[in-house]
Ligand binder design. Sequence first.
Ligand SMILES: [Mn+2]
Length: 372
Amino acid sequence: MIRFLHTADLHLGKPFGRFPEDLRGRLREARHASIVRLAAAARGHGIADILVAGDSFDTQTPLPATLRQALHAMAADAGVRWWLLPGNHDSLAAGDLWQRVGRDAPPNVRLLLTPEPVAFATGAVLLPAPCTQRRPGRDLTAGMADAATPEGALRIGLAHGAVQSFSEDGNEALIPPDRAETAGLAFLALGDWHGQLRIGARCWYAGTPEAEGFRHAAPPGALVVALAGTGPEVTPVPTGALAWRSLALDLLPGDGDPAARLPGLLPPVASRRDTLLRVTATGRTGLAGEGALVRALAAVEHDFAFLEVDRTGLAVEHAPADLEHFGLPGTALRVAAEALRTDADDPSLPDEERGAALAALSRLHAFAGDAA
Ligand SMILES: [Mn+2]
């Protein structure tokens, strides 16, 4: 039986510019370490071949250290063979990149730089469709149907690109979702989509081996593909070192202290250093509830590799009784709070100003709580 590990979109050297400086280094390092984790996953399943369906590198001009250290990591386990396909980020237009890889690659790294069939194993042939440039503008898998392979050989396609367009005008560059069937492929290993996705029984996106956002629900990993007589058996195996978790917190006024629910929802303390967490608070709450939530999140913020709180869907309401919180009438805090409350309620003011007044009132509420 033919078995291999299908991965894609390692994006080695990705800068992760939207994250804080020190976290960027950890995210880049995790991408590099995914080489070791993929090799270990292959080993663990008794697999000798790893197919990378494009975008091994994030740019056409990776730093020399990114490139050399990646090749050294691949060389570390000589019992595993790596098959690298140029994707849209590291297309054949990056001539210098592929020249450097060709010069420095260890014997267990094979490059798929031409759309010619390549002997893969006894009875199996690879049909690579390397990206010629960032936007090739045509379906590079079109030639797979006509590719001549030995009688009875299993045909395994590798390609990088979209099967579905979200733009209105038709896109001729799309890979047809039934390409595996129309080209007589036992399996079509795709890259480009960064989440793990099954297109058909014989066609999958592997997704990135390490997550890069909160978007994809499936845990990042690679696919163990076994080509049996009845069709491929595809088994996802997790490879992510860092966990990206989303936490939804829906608040209702009068549901007591919403912050009290938080500890039960957070991941275990020991895993937090390797967790990036996004908390999305929605619903409605009072000033006290909001303040308690802000304090509860601030108390755990530094446990995590990253904590992002989205409160745009949370409506904060204030009540007359809230004013008691700011001290006696006539005192400085109380006067400031009353002025902000008046502005927050003033229908003649633009929404933006009313929102700013409410936000300031809520900050002042938290401050008064700390000062008390
Ligand atoms: Mn990609």
